[in-house]
Write a protein that binds this ligand. Structure first.
Ligand SMILES: [Zn+2]
Length: 153
């Protein structure tokens, strides 16, 4: 079935790992809201992130991106296809600034040792706090950080 959703108009057979502006909106006619595609894996390679690693990265990014970008982060959400995440940012923040913030989180959070290093992973704050994978999250963040560093040069 055909659909006009913005992300469905991207050809995923040629999509590379990267950081892409996926859609841009304005609220009240002037206030920018941008959705970025953080593509950790190229779909054609079929090397998907594990759901446990995705959940771990979701907690890390949700917490630490807000430490860096404050309330400009509207949401951080995993893609159901397990190849990346969406981050939605409001206000006049450049793509480069968002990428630098993501890079910083990749660099500072890819050496985790225990569950206690993951923010919000408690019975009260999360729907499934035993569902995580530190090793895979460390590896995926390191790999994505390397890519962002290249893209930012
Ligand atoms: Zn959770």
């Amino acid at each position: 079935m055909k659909s006009k959703v913005a992300s469905f108009s991207v050809d995923h057979t040629t999509l590379d790992r990267g950081f892409y502006l996926r859609s841009s909106y304005t609220a009240l006619g002037f206030y920018p809201i941008r959705s970025y595609d953080m593509r950790f894996r190229a779909p054609r390679e079929k090397q998907y992130l594990s759901p446990e690693a995705i959940h771990t990265i979701e907690h890390l990014m949700a917490h630490y991106l807000r430490e860096r970008l404050g309330n400009k982060v509207i949401s951080f959400a995993p893609m159901g296809c397990k190849t990346g995440f969406y981050v939605v940012v409001k206000g006049w923040t450049s793509q480069r600034k968002v990428m630098e913030a993501v890079l910083e989180v990749c660099r500072t959070q890819s050496n985790l040792k225990t569950k206690e290093d993951i923010p919000g992973l408690t019975e009260v704050q999360c729907g499934n706090p035993e569902f995580y994978n530190i090793e895979e999250s460390n590896a995926a963040l390191k790999e994505y950080g390397d890519l962002l560093e290249k893209l930012l040069k």
